[in-house]
Design a binder for this molecule. Structure first.
Ligand code: FMN
Length: 395
């Protein structure tokens, strides 16, 4: 069981911390305790946070209604991660300089676990060089700053200062809580999702790929400490925390991006559903409906996996994906050999269970001769199996 301390300071975004605490508390392996500054209690009540976290909320350092121990020290010792969200300009200034004048800041100072700070304030306060210097100081002490976003602010202004989305805060907590250094120093390149091949300015050819498998893989590799670049086609997914995301549209874009990044990466995983064919000519105006049919002449796209395989460097590990409707194992084996891959992950399309746009997948892994698996589970679980295989191959 991991203990996450959530510190809430006095800003209008304090109400968003309730969602964060609720989301984290629903995760079986996580125990959440909340600390609030006195001013935070002007914005949201401890009762709300106590109910959502299922734990008593700490506000007052000198509250003697606790078990006989020095509460901030015992709480600091058991913490696996401390996040302050929202972090006011005031609390940032305090933690940057070791000021410990309430329960939140005293416990924060006593902790030696990973510390995350999510600033939220008016643009003027955020851009003030004093706040910027304080954030710099926090970074220099090893704290992670979860940058504020631009948008409409509660004070009526528009600009930078909005608390990062709660889903991003949650992902950041999970990333830092479960991260290890197994693949530290390794660079991982992943392609994922569909591509869109333009027919005219309003129409395109594409496929049902959602990009979910690639996102799960990117997240798993990042949690192993790797530097991850995810090259992804059009999608509706939340991007994984701590990953360099490169958005592409067409098979040509994806090919060029993968060729550009490929040589400098150690581990390359190709799980994108790249279009095999693209219209020979893109019409520059909308094709009008007319009687009879419409024939679109297509040409082959460039094969990303084949090119990466042919140019594979000594230090590189190349993994392809094979999505088949039948005879998947034999196809995956021959693909592995033909495309010079170290492994090919085979997955079949089973409506609602495996393949495109599902949350689960059924996979095998082949090195061209042997077959491991099958495994079935969530795409996150399948990603972990693939990452484990990579780790075994690297060391
Ligand atoms: C209505 C209102 C909204 C405020 N919103 C913010 C905010 O979003 N960010 C911030 O840094 N300070 C904000 N402040 C100012 C802080 O509440 C003030 O600096 C306070 O001292 C912070 O206390 P704490 O850091 O101990 O929680 C706001 C104040 C008021 C009255």
């Amino acid at each position: 069981m991991k203990t996450v301390l959530v510190g809430i300071s006095g800003g209008i975004a304090a109400y968003k911390a309730a969602q964060l605490v609720s989301d984290l508390s629903k995760i079986d392996d996580i125990h959440v305790e909340v600390l609030m500054s006195k001013n935070a209690c002007e914005f949201i009540t401890p009762l709300t946070l106590q109910t959502l976290s299922h734990n008593r909320v700490t506000v007052d350092s000198f509250d003697t209604n606790y078990a006989y121990d020095v509460h901030h020290i015992s709480q600091a010792k058991k913490a696996d991660l401390f996040i302050i969200a929202p972090a006011s300009a005031d609390v940032i200034a305090k933690v940057a300089h070791g000021i410990a004048d309430d329960a939140l800041t005293t416990t924060f100072l006593a902790c030696n676990c990973p510390k995350l700070i999510a600033p939220a304030m008016n643009t003027g306060m955020l851009e003030n060089p004093i706040t910027q210097n304080n954030l710099k100081t926090c970074r220099a002490y090893g704290m992670t700053i979860l940058d504020a976003q631009s948008g409409y602010l509660a004070c009526g202004d528009s600009g930078k200062g909005r608390l990062a989305e709660v889903s991003v805060l949650k992902q950041a907590v999970l990333h830092h809580l479960y991260k290890d250094d197994t693949l530290s120093g390794k660079k991982v390149l992943i392609d994922a999702g569909p591509t869109q091949e333009a027919i005219d300015p309003v129409r395109y050819i594409s496929n049902h790929s959602s990009g979910k498998m690639g996102v799960s893989l990117a997240r798993s590799f990042a949690r192993k400490g790797a530097h991850v670049t995810l090259v992804i086609g059009p999608n509706h997914l939340e991007m994984p925390y701590g990953v360099n995301v490169v958005d592409v549209i067409s098979a040509k874009d994806m090919y060029e991006t993968m060729m550009e990044y490929g040589p400098t990466n150690d581990i390359i995983v190709c799980c994108a559903a790249v279009a095999d064919y693209t219209p020979k000519n893109v019409v520059d105006h909308k094709i009008k409906k007319q009687g009879g049919g419409l024939t679109i002449e297509c040409k082959r796209t460039q094969d990303i996996l084949q090119s990466l395989g042919e140019n594979k460097k000594e230090h590189q590990l190349l993994i392809g994906f094979a999505m088949e409707t039948d005879d998947m194992e034999n196809y995956a084996k021959s693909k592995c050999i033909k495309k010079h891959c170290d492994y090919v992950v085979g997955n079949t399309i089973v409506q609602g269970e495996s393949g495109f746009a599902t949350d689960t997948n059924r996979i095998i892994i082949t090195d061209g001769s042997t077959i491991e698996g099958p495994w079935f589970g969530s795409k996150d679980e399948m990603a972990e199996i693939i990452v484990k295989k990579v780790v075994e191959s690297c060391y």
